[in-house]
Design a protein. Structure first.
Length: 235
């Protein structure tokens, strides 16, 4: 199956070349596309200088818009599987085969890489606030869909052709992983999780900090509540 890595990147000048080099060394069979989300540092220059396949967004669209751009590219180029893979070095390239396997076997439409099914498999340690937020989101998703997702904010996921098409046409912009997980489950697609290794970010700054976690959680909770009502009416 033709597989594409979608790599969103915003101000990742210290990470992006290392991430791409690692992919080329360990999985030279995989296609990839970096979505430069209007970076203000030298990310774009690094991509150009090293002939790295990329799409440059003139304006910063945020993580949702950047990832959707990757899904549009995957759909237009008829890929069978698309994998979201962060440009900050936190995702482990050797785990890509694990999250693609359920899709290749026809067992799932989407497979999420989780840090929480096997806690010994990942060096990534989230903060207390993030763990609390993760638990709240998991509870809400399970309440509305009857299926538990242990890592609902994980951006390390693989999807099949049917979801590539869905995401290319419509993808949440504000809280993409929790909202899209909810949508996929309410539309009765098959979703599974596999334990993966994730690394601590070595450079740059994460979007969600300990200072913004409370506000983020309030907003994402409201978004899930509103989405659940809207999607159930549509479905």
């Amino acid at each position: 199956m033709r597989t594409l890595l979608i790599i969103p990147a915003y101000n990742e000048e210290k990470n992006i070349l290392k991430v791409v080099t690692n992919i080329k060394e360990k999985r030279p069979d995989l296609d990839y596309i970096v979505i430069d989300d209007g970076s203000k540092d030298s990310t774009l220059a690094i991509l150009k200088e090293n002939n790295i396949p990329h799409i440059h967004l003139i304006h910063n669209l945020g993580i949702g818009g950047a990832v959707q751009t990757g899904y549009k590219y995957a759909y237009q180029n008829e890929y069978d599987i698309a994998v979201q893979f962060d440009g900050d070095g936190q995702h482990e390239i050797s785990c890509v085969s694990k999250i693609c396997e359920p899709i290749e076997k026809g067992e799932a439409n989407m497979c999420i890489g989780t840090r929480f099914l096997d806690k010994t498999s990942s060096e990534f340690q989230s903060t207390l606030m993030r763990r609390l937020g993760k638990n709240i989101i998991s509870f809400l998703i399970k309440h509305f869909t009857k299926q538990k997702i242990t890592d609902p904010t994980s951006g390390f996921r693989a999807v099949d052709k049917s979801i590539i098409k869905l995401f290319a046409n419509n993808y949440p912009s504000e809280y993409p992983e929790p909202e899209s997980n909810l949508e996929i489950l309410l539309k009765h697609y098959k979703v599974t999780e596999v334990p993966v290794s994730m690394h601590e970010r070595t450079a740059g700054k994460s979007f969600v900090t300990v200072f913004t976690s409370v506000g983020y959680m309030v907003k994402v909770t409201l978004a899930i509540l509103i989405d659940s009502v809207k999607l159930k009416k549509e479905g």
